[in-house]
Ligand binder design. Structure first.
Ligand code: GDP
Ligand code: MG
Length: 364
């Protein structure tokens, strides 16, 4: 407090200060202050349990890596047809013999489609818009491999088209452009192509490397071509592999409290294989996987990389974007969750204290 006073900063001993003030204060009294981000703090927390996820990934043996399906997010301007496109995809290309198709909204779904003579899976995040995308990235969760940018052919490029594109580009995620509503009499798909060149998105037929597909989500036209384009984009340079032979980890896509079933969380497995009975921690939620269901409402016993499943058995509701991981035992899951909760509580206390001291200050 004294040093700060001499620096011209009025502060009390219980007050929160900003990063740069801490750095100046530190150097004044002969310390180098290191600012630790919440992500780093969590990394250290996990390391104290012997978990170093990044290192593990680096140490991954090539022999263990297997091809995994691409994870796709649909983005674009409001009313350009994101929801319709997701619906149209959901209706087509469901695994053979799966009568009725995808019935449950669990926040993500996987479809199968034939591609160059093989059955290939694609995972879709079922919440359109870039809000979900950015919220997840803000938590450090990079779930998307490919973004489908939906642009209505009768409307062309709009502000949120550009915004979505910026988000995808910032994340280094390739886009496939779905030129939608081509059934409309005033549709002008060529204009969409030429407009997007101004943003560095150049169609293959114009000599660029981005695939554009004309679709009518309303009629279901062009959806197969769109899926084809997604797989071609995935195969052209995206190295989509994961090790299914380890304890699972991934991201919570969405979660809620269900009257009968308690906490239900849709998670996307990114590495390893998730199994019923696994002890699991997701953010500050923990528990044991009691049951898993897929997008058809069917029970599943295990989920491999890129597979979304709805998990029951957590003691509370994780947030979208929270990372989940399977731990050695129940105790470790609980301890990690409790330590994280303590970290969050402290952060909130610090905030409240800062608010209070500000109020004191203005009162005085
Ligand atoms: P979102 O806001 O991007 O999710 O857009 P929606 O999927 O809700 O679609 C907005 C409106 O456009 C709805 O009235 C849809 O029925 C309509 N729409 C979506 N796709 C098509 C299409 O391919 N053709 C036509 N004619 N209308 C469409
Ligand atoms: Mg919508």
């Amino acid at each position: 407090v004294t040093v700060l006073f001499h620096l011209g900063e009025m502060a009390t001993a219980t007050e929160s200060l900003d990063d740069s003030t801490f750095e100046v204060l530190g150097s004044e009294i002969g310390y180098k202050v290191e600012i630790v981000s919440p992500e780093d703090e969590d990394k250290e927390l996990l390391e104290s349990f012997g978990l170093n996820l990044e290192q593990e990934e680096l140490d991954e043996d090539d022999e263990n890596l297997e091809i995994r399906p691409p994870v796709v997010t649909v983005m674009g301007h409001v009313d350009h047809g994101k929801t319709r496109v997701l619906d149209a995809i959901r209706k087509t290309n469901v695994i053979d013999g799966e009568a009725g198709g995808i019935t449950q909204h669990i926040g993500a779904y996987q479809i199968w489609t034939e591609h160059e003579g093989n059955e290939r899976a694609i995972t879709f995040i079922d919440t359109p818009g870039h809000e979900a995308f950015t919220a997840m990235r803000a938590r450090g969760a990079d779930v998307t491999d490919i973004a489908i940018l939906v642009v209505a052919a009768d409307d062309g490029i709009m502000p949120q088209t550009v915004e979505a594109l910026n988000h995808a580009q910032a994340a280094g995620v390739p886009v496939v452009v779905a030129v939608n509503k081509v059934d409309k009499p005033d549709a002008n798909p060529a204009k969409v192509r030429s407009q997007l060149t101004e943003y560095g998105v150049v169609a293959e037929e114009y000599g660029g490397d981005v695939m554009f597909v004309d679709v009518s989500a309303l009629r279901g036209d062009g959806i197969d071509n769109l899926l084809e384009a997604v797989l071609l984009t995935a195969d052209a340079g995206l190295d989509l592999v994961a090790n299914p032979n380890k304890e699972a980890r991934g991201v919570a896509i969405e979660a809620k409290l269900d009257k009968g079933r308690g906490s239900v969380a849709t998670v996307l497995v990114q590495g390893g294989t998730l199994r019923v009975g696994d002890p699991i921690v997701a953010g500050t939620a923990y528990g044991r996987v009691r049951a898993m269901i897929d997008e058809n409402g069917d029970r599943v016993e295990e989920a491999a990389p890129s597979r979304p499943v709805q998990v029951q058995g957590l003691n509370s509701v994780p947030r979208a974007g929270d990372l989940f991981l399977v731990t050695e035992d129940d105790r470790m899951a609980r301890q990690i969750a409790e330590k994280r909760e303590a970290v969050e509580r402290n952060a909130q206390l610090a905030k409240a204290r800062k608010r209070m001291s500000l109020e004191d200050f203005t009162k005085a």
